[in-house]
Design a protein around this ligand. Structure first.
Ligand code: HEC
Length: 121
């Protein structure tokens, strides 16, 4: 293999690591199935449309726990990193929140799920 080819393949790998493919988003949509019961309209959780880069605890009329209300007052936002840490360990990231859900422990599943959440506008 020529050096140029090797360099090109290396570059593709780098691109893949940072940007989500359509396949990642599709997989994320499947992972999201376990969130739907609570997060669709009328469920016990706030709707997640537009969640990416929105302030934490910002759905009007939803009664958030104190930990979410405080995060909102501190102007914390749902960056990719914040979503990743929250979904990996919800009760560690925002202690005493009222989301009755364990965690998405698989790193790749979380990444795909976040890629999907970004598409919810
Ligand atoms: C058993 C119900 C339930 C399930 C299942 C659930 N959530 Fe939640 N979620 C909640 C509730 C309730 C809150 C509000 C928490 C609070 O006020 O402490 C919340 C809050 C959130 C927030 C913050 C919303 C905001 O406006 O700041 C995100 C993001 C979120 N959930 C994502 C998810 C994802 C992704 C899944 C699936 C992997 C999931 N949740 C599964 C009930 C649930």
């Amino acid at each position: 293999m020529r050096a140029q080819t090797i360099l090109f393949i290396g570059l593709l790998g780098t691109l893949n690591a940072s940007s989500a493919t359509a396949q990642d988003v599709d997989n994320g949509r499947k992972v999201f199935d376990m969130c739907l019961a609570c997060h669709e309209a009328g469920g016990p959780g706030p709707v997640l449309n537009g969640i990416y880069e929105r302030k934490m605890g910002a759905v009007k009329g939803f009664e958030y726990s104190e930990t979410f209300t405080n995060a909102n007052a501190e102007a914390k936002t749902w960056t990719e990193e914040a979503l990743d840490q929250f979904l990996a360990a919800p009760q560690t990231y925002l202690p005493d929140n009222k989301m009755a859900f364990g965690a998405v422990t698989d790193t790749k599943e979380r990444k795909d799920l976040i890629a999907f959440l970004k598409t919810l506008r």
